[in-house]
Design a protein around this ligand. Sequence first.
Ligand SMILES: [Zn+2]
Length: 442
Amino acid sequence: MKRTPLEAWIAGKLPGGAGTLTEQLERYQLRKLRETVAYARDNSPFYRHHLSPLGDNPVTDLRDFASIPFTTASDLRREGTRMLCTSQDEIERVVTLQSSGTTGPPKRLFFTGEDLETTIDFFAHGMATLVEPGRTVIIFLPGTVRDSVGDLLARALDRTNVKPVIWGPVHDAAAARTEILKHRNPCLVGIPTQILALARGDLAGSIPRGWVESVLLSTDYVSGAIEEELKRLWGCRVLTHYGMTETGLGGGVECEAGEGYHLRESDLYTEIIDPVTGVPLPDGEEGEVVFTTLTRRGMPLVRYRTGDRARLVTVPCPCGTPLKRLGRVQGRIETEVLLKEGRRLRMSALDEALFPIPGLLNFAAEVVSREGSDHLHLNLHTVAGEEETVARGILPALITADTTGAFFRDKLLVLGNITFSPAEWSGTGVAKRQILDRRGLK
Ligand SMILES: [Zn+2]
């Protein structure tokens, strides 16, 4: 098995010195954390105030660092340009994120050209896991806007002699399949439910097994069930990427082992904290992912709470690298629906239970209150003509799945209405999928 190409890439950024790669990386990260804190305080009105409790004490070890206050999504919404560390003239790209269901100001993230360059560099090296020079990558992510994720990925591939084709999110599955067939053994990069719909909805079998060489799924959460189905239908390798706008669009990517993300540790320092107490958790324990940017110039983020639930894997990666691994992200903490007895329903649990049902392409879920019980309502998007068959499979799947069975057997949740979305609906696109909690509504 090939080692993650990120190891050599990260090692090349370290100044060297004594000790193992892990020791060198820790020294580098501590120095960069110290520099980032000083840079943020010196250059941004927000951080000058936010980090003032530190006084003049420098961060001397990672324990000190754990006492620094967090930054959050609401800081981004409220503070806006007060978090900037450069003049606006130096900003090359602003990403505006309007979170679903809220009316407050959007999150805005600012990147200098130098910041974007570090992401392109990460993409160029990370993609070497999946694709060799001379091959084609079809990008089913937004890419028409300069410096959008698809555009940055395409520029990264150009550098490594891989041909990028920017297609964008899939709105017309037949046209997307025709494009896939134009390129011999392509690698596809896209949103999990959209790539699943390309494979499962291909009833005529227009894409033969073995045609697609590899798939990279990129989103906040990738269901293992979707990954397995793509491997089964197409016989291809499937790896996943973890990242968000705040991490600089790229965050981490799996190696050939496919067992957790190797992170861009020369640009990001990652912690896992207890989401309630804020205390850092030992490696291996599941909690909230928090990261600090180490090289960001425009808008550095210090101990930024992502709201994502995951763990750092303690077992060494089968690929042989000493780099850390972040386990599969289990979805967003704030979108978990609290049921009776303090039990929590996650979208990831529904995904693992339902995506194994043949013919299901996507679904939307909401929890409502009816006569004192919590009911789960589902809206299904299925392969045409398969609506009734899929609907009949839902309850047995929910009851037998490891992830959801106990909720239904213990009567914490009752399956309510099942409805169907129009056949042409192509999912939620790039928006993150979540369970809507409508129990407060009449
Ligand atoms: Zn690995």
